[in-house]
Design a protein around this ligand. Structure first.
Ligand SMILES: Cc1cc2nc3c(=O)[nH]c(=O)nc-3n(C[C@H](O)[C@H](O)[C@H](O)COP(=O)(O)OP(=O)(O)OC[C@H]3O[C@@H](n4cnc5c(N)ncnc54)[C@H](O)[C@@H]3O)c2cc1C
Length: 452
């Protein structure tokens, strides 16, 4: 064996880091890597998840791009595994495959009324405001009062994007349809709900603090949520992040409010029970039960029996992402991951499946920051390289044969050079308005520009 032909499916950060780490690893054989990506553009959730008003994080694209620009990894965008290429194809052309397909859907939620009009998953909203090519161009922003369920950063992203004035997003890459949608929003109140207390919130301090800096938006927190139980106090005293979060929220408790045209409320100790319907089958209220610390010292809560309602016309659940199963690849539907041991994919009996690996959110579940996908990739790559003896033996390992196959199927694949064209095109779109870029949303234009 003189060469490892490696396919990686999914060009988000996990897939790109895996390619980079493999090529930099010490080894006594050559590696050639093909990276397949369903979307015409790479970078996964860095492009289609990270909020547009977080340019510093979006800037990670620059580092990922440097990897693709080196020229030793071939990118094939607009190619969907399971549709355009199959496991059989991969076995014929490669020694091994790594799946790094991430997660794009919302975890389902089961409370009465969850299917009412005006009840949404935050992931769908994120895809809309981040200009994902495969979602509708319009989003129904007609509610004046909105609830967002969840106490993580995605909940804060959704709440901030709902509460922020559209004009304050004009410095970002948001496409015009998103600006117009947000500009027309009549929202006045965004309510974020968490089941547990402020000490148990999973926000990042920076994300939380940012809310307090929104123009013409009052931060509303409620004194009743800040009667801190001993377990929470111990956490605040021992965990720097929890300490900072609570400091930020306590500062908001002392702020003068009432002058802003929009309000962002943080409610804790609130367990959602039901979405109440209006006569037309649309959300009219969120009914929830007030909870309280359960006294077990682990941050758990119990219901108090006190039922409350808040009038809303839209409800967003931001309670987690969920991955999609892939054809001919095992899937753990409970955890929403490809079952694996340190990235080596295993079957139902727990046996390693030769040649098949996973990394990133599809390996570990949809939690953690972009940086975590690097350590994921290191672990997976160590196994890929070490498993030399169990790699597949492909019939057509030549680099040209997979290209011939895709061309014979009429697949319009994009490349790293195509991304450069799209990147330049988006930057030019932004120039007249003094913006760094304006994102192209529709797949046809993305393809036309990339393939030009
Ligand atoms: C709303 C939101 C905001 C976030 N904000 C931040 C932040 O501010 N800072 C931070 O550090 N992290 C943030 N994260 C987390 C970060 O996005 C993830 O840690 C990271 O993107 C996971 O990387 P991944 O490569 O595993 O998956 P992804 O980024 O999801 O990439 C997977 C790629 O696989 C492709 N794919 C899927 N199926 C197929 C298929 N069948 N065939 C071919 N390709 C396929 C997808 O199109 C995608 O490009 C955020 C996440 C979300 C959801």
């Amino acid at each position: 064996m003189t060469k490892l032909r490696l396919a990686i499916v999914g060009a988000g950060p996990a897939g790109i880091y895996a390619a980079d780490i493999a090529l930099k690893a010490e080894r006594d054989f050559d590696i050639s890597i093909d990276l397949f990506e369903h979307l015409p553009a790479p970078y996964g959730l860095v492009r289609y998840g990270v909020a547009p008003d977080h340019p510093r994080i979006k800037g990670i694209i620059g580092a990922l791009r440097e990897v693709l620009d080196r020229g030793d990894i071939r990118l094939f965008g607009n190619v969907e595994y399971g549709v355009d290429i199959t496991m059989d194809d991969l076995k014929k052309h490669y020694n091994a495959v790594i799946f790094s397909t991430g997660a794009t859907k919302d975890v389902p939620m089961d409370i009465p009324g969850i299917d009412l009009g005006g009840s949404y998953g935050a992931a769908d909203f994120v895809s809309w405001y981040d200009g994902h090519p495969d979602v509708p161009r319009t989003w129904p922003l007609t509610a004046s009062s909105v609830a967002v369920l969840g106490n993580g950063n995605v909940a804060l992203d959704a709440a901030r994007m709902l509460a922020k004035h559209a004009d304050d997003l004009l410095v970002t890459e948001i496409p015009d349809n998103v600006y117009q949608g947000l500009k027309a929003s009549p929202v006045t109140d965004v309510h974020v709900f968490g089941r547990r207390g402020p000490a148990q919130a999973k926000f990042s301090p920076l994300e939380l603090r940012e809310l307090g800096e929104l123009r013409d938006v009052d931060m509303i927190v409620y004194d009743e949520d800040f009667v801190i139980d001993p377990a929470s106090q111990a956490l605040i005293d021992s965990n720097k992040q929890v300490f900072v979060l609570n400091k930020v929220m306590n500062e908001w408790r002392t702020r003068e409010t009432g002058k802003a045209s929009r309000r962002l409320h943080l409610h804790f100790y609130a367990n959602p029970l039901e979405l109440v319907s209006d006569a037309d089958g649309n959300v009219a209220a969120l009914r929830y039960e007030r909870t309280a610390p359960d006294g077990n010292g682990n941050g758990g809560v119990v219901g108090t029996g006190e039922i409350r309602e808040v009038e809303i016309q839209a409800f967003y659940r931001a309670i987690g992402y969920y991955s999609s199963p892939l054809k001919d690849v095992p899937f753990d539907a409970v955890k929403g991951v490809i079952p694996n041991r340190e990235g080596q994919v295993i079957d139902e009996a727990g046996q390693q499946i030769p040649g098949v690996y996973a990394t990133g959110w599809i390996k570990r579940g949809p939690v953690g920051l972009i940086g975590h996908t690097k350590s994921d990739a290191m672990e997976t790559i160590a196994h890929v390289l070490g498993d030399h003896s169990t790699w597949w033996t492909p019939e057509n390992p030549e680099e040209g044969s997979i290209v011939d196959l895709m061309e014979s199927r009429g697949i319009e694949y994009t490349t790293a050079e195509g991304w450069t064209k799209l990147d330049e095109y988006e930057q030019k779109l932004g120039e007249p308005e003094g913006r760094a870029r304006i994102k192209v949303v529709d797949r046809e234009t993305m393809l036309k520009v990339s393939l030009s």
